[in-house]
Design a protein around this ligand. Structure first.
Ligand code: ZN
Length: 449
């Protein structure tokens, strides 16, 4: 079985994106910065610039009649604000229950639905979140609404889980760029714009003098908001939540050395992944299978299974290794275990670097039942491919009878690698068991051969 390569898949995706940018970069940057209705020009009489109480602090918003526009692409309905403003810091207080995000797609042509699914897959692969179609009237959900317009529409109406229905609106141009969809989804998952961080002046220079009020308000920090829930690691120029230097054909923001900032809209950055892990930490800890990767192998002399682990900072994981190996004496013929080299290799490969983080080699021994052993690993933040591989070889000189015995007994071993205990920053994270959770979740707590 030939395995597909996740790295190539990702690189191809990025290359395609760069090609795309080559043709449309200026207008795309401008569109992304504008993030809403580009034809709806700023008009002082039409909009009022207000400071309102929001999530426990003051926030600068543009009054658009029935709603406020916050940070360029976040809509806050006025009639909902009274309840919102008393809810405290939004980002970590407004989490999705059990990391499940229910959604409904309204009116999207199929090619745009496919882009939405790509965006969701990118988030799922790099967070603890799961997007699930809303089929049973789940109370909290996102409605993604298709705006069949030539003008630019891309906005999210809440930071985090609003409670009840919340909306993301996307027009044709916005649907073309998977990263724009990821960006809007990330607002609904609890992420603000990167350049609105409290510490942003240590990283960027913002030229307010060339901006109008509506542009200016998009660069307000949320200093006055509760600190808890807005701390997301270091400032990250590569964040999918970062704006570019350009707004309406003007340079409005640069790096401190004056160089131009390009807004990446391809995929979550490593900083975004950490931010998402803080916004929506693990509630259940499991392995997971990744659908574009198939490293599973079944052959006469090798059996291999692959699953993934996503580890935030401070992950300390205890594994239980179980082996059961008791071939009948008839199976051995004239040989014994001494004549063969049968072993299990467990490899933890950092999926970002492709490097082996740790590898364990466990020789097979004959057992009378299941035998357990334990080991604990402290993981740096990242996603790890966990490969459990059982392989057999003939020791010394091979011959056909030795080889046929080996092939026969290679069917015999039973191997399990279980998640035994998970601590994230010393906090014990629940591992699902078969009694409380559906079997498909339970099966993601071990790798078996
Ligand atoms: Zn945004």
């Amino acid at each position: 079985m030939k395995c597909k390569n996740i790295v190539c898949f990702t690189i191809a995706w990025v290359c395609m994106f760069n090609l795309f940018v080559g043709f449309i970069s200026c207008s795309r940057d401008q569109y992304i910065n504008e993030c809403i209705d580009i034809n709806d020009k700023y008009d002082e009489n039409k909009y009022k610039f207000n400071l309102i109480n929001l999530w426990g602090g003051k926030a600068a918003v543009v009054d658009k009649g029935g709603y406020y526009l916050f940070q360029g692409d976040i809509l806050l309905k006025k009639h909902e604000l009274d309840t919102l403003s008393t809810r405290g810091a939004a980002r970590i207080d407004k989490r999705w229950d059990n990391n499940k995000v229910y959604y409904v797609l309204s009116g999207f042509p199929s090619q745009y639905s496919a882009n939405i699914f790509s965006a969701m897959a990118n988030i799922e692969e790099n967070s603890y979140l799961r997007f699930i179609p809303r089929l049973e009237n789940e109370s909290n959900y996102i409605e993604l609404v298709y705006e069949n317009k030539d003008e630019w529409v891309a906005y999210s109406d809440y930071i985090g889980c609003k409670g009840g229905k919340q909306e993301i609106h996307l027009s044709n141009d916005a649907c073309e760029i998977v990263g724009v969809i990821i960006h809007e989804l990330c607002h609904a998952l609890g992420l603000y714009h990167e350049m609105c961080r409290v510490d942003r002046d240590d990283y960027v220079k913002i030229d307010f003098s060339v901006m109008n009020d509506e542009e200016r308000h998009q660069f307000k920090t949320y200093t006055d908001l509760e600190e808890e829930g807005v701390d997301v690691g270091n400032f990250d120029f590569n964040s999918i939540m970062m704006y570019s230097s350009f707004m309406n054909d003007k340079v409005v923001m640069t790096k401190l050395d004056g160089s131009i900032i390009i807004a990446q809209r391809a995929k979550l950055s490593s900083g975004d992944k950490v931010a998402l892990a803080k916004a929506q930490p693990a509630v259940l800890y499991t392995f997971y299978s990744y659908y574009t990767e198939d490293g599973n192998i079944d052959s006469d002399l090798k059996y291999q299974r692959v699953k993934y682990l996503r580890c935030p900072e401070g992950a300390n994981i205890k594994f239980k290794f179980q082996q059961y190996f008791s071939p009948s004496s008839a199976s051995w013929g004239n040989y014994s275990l001494e004549d063969f080299d049968i072993k299990t290799t467990i490899s933890f490969i950092n999926d970002d670097s492709g490097e082996i983080f740790q590898s364990k080699l466990i020789p097979m021994k004959q057992t009378s039942g299941y035998e357990d052993s334990f080991f604990t690993i402290q993981f740096p933040e990242g996603r790890y491919r966990v490969i459990v591989s059982l392989s057999g070889a003939v020791k010394g000189e091979s011959n056909s009878s030795k080889l046929s015995v080996l092939k026969k007994i290679m069917y015999n071993p039973r191997i399990y690698l279980h998640l035994e205990q998970v601590l994230i920053n010393n906090l014990k994270i629940k591992i699902p068991n078969g009694f409380e959770y559906p079997a498909d979740v339970r099966s993601e707590t071990f790798i078996s051969i």
